[in-house]
Design a protein around this ligand. Structure first.
Ligand code: CMP
Length: 140
């Protein structure tokens, strides 16, 4: 399988509960390498730009307010089939549907406050990585 990179975000509900290390351990145990990482405070506008694909959804305003409510940790994960592997490690969007042992099953509080984001396809991964990181910051 090809080596890929994917964008991951550890969301405010998880950073507030000091879960960054426990979540990173899940990525590393699955064979994903954290090749870039930084903790930042998003503005609501920056969150809105990142999630603009969801602009027409009823939860968009709530999502942007939440993502700007506390720091997030943005990261680039690298590995064989990293995009799909990360989605497996995260579990389903709604923690009620997430498989046992996944990040969302163990840590997420609700469908909105679901601890992590991960890119869903190669094109979005490239766009999302470029939104937060320059090439110089990717040191795999
Ligand atoms: P994420 O993978 O970051 O992509 C979009 C986010 O929208 C998703 O995770 C959820 O956090 C959020 N989301 C999806 N559905 C709902 C919903 N019904 N109510 C609130 N937030 C939602």
């Amino acid at each position: 399988m090809a080596t890929e990179r994917t964008l991951s975000i550890i969301k405010p509900d998880a950073t507030k509960r000091n879960l960054t290390g426990k979540i990173n351990a899940k990525f590393e145990e699955a064979g994903l390498r954290i090749v870039a990482q930084k903790r930042i405070q998003l503005s609501k506008e920056q969150a809105g730009e990142f999630y603009k694909v969801h602009a027409e959804r009823p939860f968009y305003d709530e999502l942007c307010t939440f993502m700007a409510s506390a720091p997030v940790v943005v990261q680039v994960l690298e590995g064989d089939g990293a995009i799909q592997k990360n989605r497996e490690v995260m579990g389903a969007t709604n923690p009620a549907d997430a498989a046992p042992g996944t990040i969302r099953a163990e840590f997420a509080e609700s469908v909105g406050e679901n601890s992590v984001h991960g890119s869903d396809a190669p094109e979005t991964a490239a766009e999302e990585i470029a939104y937060f990181f320059s090439g110089l910051e990717l040191v795999g």
